[in-house]
Design a protein around this ligand. Structure first.
Ligand code: GLU
Length: 306
């Protein structure tokens, strides 16, 4: 007997480290329209787990901007800062199962010993504490034990993505030395908790997805479908972000910016749509959403847009 597919549930998961910018709007628009086009739910989750990076007022500012742009989310916003007990329970389960272990290494020790760069720019953890912390030392962080088997998934936009976690990343951190839970664990636990079936987000997170799949499998969660959108880059080819000083979205005239996000995602926007009322823009976008039109590229420089 085949299982009936789970009803579509998508989400947008901003980190409150600053106001929304054009790059985050693209992720919100893509996840929202894909959910609505499937008759699915769309949830908002505030990823405030990395508390030192939270900027006071940013979460409220993000929600007010989403509202001004006409987004309507289902159910209450889930705040990661309220979920520490769930992350602790998931980590305890992994430790009990022998899948996660305590690690005594400092950043410097890893830098001094690691030979391989990791796929996302850091250093692949060499596995020093895999079989126990050295005598006289105690665990500061917790890591997931990974293997080097091929881990592949079919991204709906970027195609087949393959990693070998042990060589590409190494055993990765689930709980940091400062006691905070890592993004990879929090996002995986929360996607399962919220019954998410589909993740639509920026391709800057493509390299994280195999880690999240490994965690889903270790925790016995259902698999998700993924679609990684090209990210908006500045003229220098850098992803628009708070670090590259992307300007905050203006709440004053959302229509033209929303239409620019649709054009960025290569939707066949009719001329003049930017002058239509917001509700009309959304009605057009929902009726014409075409994920297949989105370019299979990790990034698109904004300067090259028509
Ligand atoms: N909170 C992450 C970010 O703002 C996104 C997480 C996700 O979509 O999985 O980059």
């Amino acid at each position: 007997m085949s299982e009936s597919p789970r009803p579509y549930r998508g989400r947008f998961a901003p980190s409150p480290t600053g106001p929304l910018h054009f790059g985050s709007l693209v992720a919100a628009v893509g996840s929202y329209l894909d959910a609505r086009a499937h008759g699915g739910a769309w949830l908002v989750r505030m990823e405030d787990v990395d508390t030192p990076r939270n900027v006071p007022g940013a979460a409220d500012d993000i929600l007010a901007t989403l509202e001004a742009y006409g987004f309507a989310w289902d159910g209450p916003v889930l705040w990661q800062s309220s979920r520490f007990a769930a992350y602790a329970e998931a980590l305890a389960r992994l430790v009990d199962a022998g899948l996660a272990y305590g690690c005594a290494c400092s950043r410097k020790e890893i830098a001094d010993s690691a030979v391989r760069p990791a796929i996302d720019g850091g250093l692949a953890y060499p596995g020093t504490c895999r079989n126990g912390v050295p005598p006289g030392r105690s665990a500061r962080a917790w890591r997931l034990r990974v293997d080097d088997a091929e881990l592949a998934f079919a991204d709906r936009i970027q195609g087949r993505i393959v990693q070998h976690l042990e060589s590409d990343v190494g055993d990765f951190v689930l709980r940091r030395a400062d006691g905070l839970f890592a993004y990879q664990l929090a996002v995986t636990v929360d996607d399962a908790f919220q019954g998410i079936t589909d993740v639509v987000r920026g391709a800057d997170l493509l390299a994280s997805t195999p880690r999240q799949i490994a965690l889903q499998r270790a925790l016995g969660y259902p698999a998700l479908r993924y679609a990684h959108l090209p990210v908006a880059a500045n003229a220098a080819g850098e992803k628009l972000s708070k670090q590259t000083l992307a300007p905050a979205l203006s709440r004053a005239a959302p229509g033209p910016t929303l239409v620019a996000a649709l054009r960025f995602l290569a939707q066949p926007v009719p001329a003049g749509l930017e002058r239509a009322p917001l509700a009309e823009i959304w009605a057009w976008a929902r009726a014409h959403w075409q994920l297949s039109a989105i370019p299979r590229q990790p990034a698109i420089p904004l300067a090259t847009l028509p």
